[in-house]
Design a protein around this ligand. Structure first.
Ligand code: PLP
Length: 384
């Protein structure tokens, strides 16, 4: 009798990227094969492409509770963040002061820091040990002269969900626009921009079942935005370049499906995440959860396993058939300790032991039981 086949590798890196939904691939296909005209062209084929693009925009706007004209399709989350931070700051009529949190993704943090070269003052507000923004420090830092505040909705490395309502109140009181990077939250948390109290929101399609290299920025109609890409004036002058209709259609389909399933799926994933966290903390000596224990993304579990490098644990896990990451796909392989974990007060050695396991649509209870069994083995092998 032959040995049973090895089980499929278990993919637990959905925060890095989640596979596109089948429905998205089906919806996109006609726009790669049949409706392929430039949506800015005046002819009938162009009009057909434009109609699909505008329909996609309406669907996205519907999920955000926004007007379609407030949605700008971009080539992903990084571009949306760059456009928001640079575009709003440069267009602002007053102040040259940008405030961001210390745990922002580099797409926001580095963009804000780059504004220093243009004479902006950039303040970085810290977080507590769970990665939650220091609201008192925010209140002290943001003034009536501040140009823009950018605070992410939920963190990619430690999963902490920020107190956005309180941040919005601080900004509203001082008349300062608020941008949020909702790249990790989209698909898991509510996105109604009025309820959130934000003036601009960025998202990335590949985190909620759309295509990589696709995303959008929402910007309130009243808020001026200077384009970063200059050219033919597409997207109402806010993002030049021939719009990728297929990607926009895919983004709309993915967001619509994710929103329809969101509450039930988030409940299911939160249950699995809690089982995973409890199982790992119970079985791995010295293990600690990073990020907030409760106010965290439903699909996100992140740990430090003191005494053993995160990359070594990842290699052992991979050999045992589990694919995951150390925290941020962008920083993978880097020797530098994560700026997020350092901001949470971890020392650099502990920060280098980070391992992140993020669940998705395809993750089952059996998968979680398997990983609860394998993580202690991987850490044990790595420590040995
Ligand atoms: N912001 C956050 C919080 C992210 O997690 C990511 C990607 O992981 C990005 C921005 C960048 O998005 P994209 O990969 O679409 O450029």
């Amino acid at each position: 009798m032959s040995a049973p086949p090895d089980p499929q590798p278990l993919y637990l890196d959905h925060a890095a990227t989640s596979p596109p939904r089948r429905e998205v691939l089906e919806a996109v296909w006609p726009y790669l094969t049949r409706v392929t005209a430039n949506p800015s062209s005046a002819h009938a084929a162009g009009r057909e492409a434009r109609e699909a693009l505008e329909q996609a925009r309406e669907v996205v706007a519907g999920v955000l509770g926004a007007r379609p004209g407030e949605v700008v399709f971009t080539g992903g989350g990084t571009e949306a963040d760059n456009l928001a931070v640079t575009g709003i700051a440069r267009a602002a009529p007053r102040g040259r002061h940008v405030v961001v949190s210390a745990v922002e993704h580099p797409a926001v943090l580095e963009t804000a820091l780059a504004l220093r070269a243009e004479g902006f003052r950039v303040d970085v507000v810290g977080v507590d040990g769970d990665g939650v923004l220091d609201l008192e420090a925010l209140r002290r830092t943001v003034t009536g002269g501040t140009t823009l505040v950018s605070v992410m909705y939920a963190n990619n490395e430690v999963g902490t969900v920020q107190p956005l309502a309180e941040v919005a109140e601080v900004c509203r009181d001082r008349g300062v626009p608020l941008h949020t990077d909702a790249v990790q939250a989209a698909g898991s948390l509510p996105l109604d921009v009025d309820a959130l109290g934000v003036d601009a929101l960025s998202a990335s399609a590949h985190k909620f079942g759309g295509l990589r290299g696709a995303g959008f920025l929402h910007v309130r109609g009243a808020l001026a935005l200077e384009p970063v890409l200059h050219g033919g004036g597409q997207e109402r002058g806010r993002r030049s370049g021939t719009v990728d209709v297929a990607s926009a259609v895919g983004t709309a389909v993915a967001l619509h499906l994710a929103e329809a399933a969101r509450e039930e799926e988030s409940r299911r994933l939160a249950g699995l995440r809690d089982r995973l966290v409890a199982g790992v903390l119970a079985a791995v000596p010295g293990a600690r959860l990073t990020g907030h224990p409760v106010r965290r993304l439903p699909h996100h579990a992140s740990f430090c396993f003191p005494g053993v490098g995160g990359e070594t644990v990842l290699a052992e896990l991979e050999a045992l058939g589990v694919t995951c990451s150390s925290g941020s796909a962008c920083a993978a392989g880097s020797e530098d300790a994560s700026h997020v974990l350092l901001a949470c007060g971890l020392d650099a050695d502990t920060a280098r032991t980070a391992v992140r396991l993020t669940l998705g649509r395809t993750t089952t209870e059996e998968d979680v039981e398997r990983v609860v069994d394998l993580v202690p083995r991987a850490v044990g092998l790595a420590r040995a």
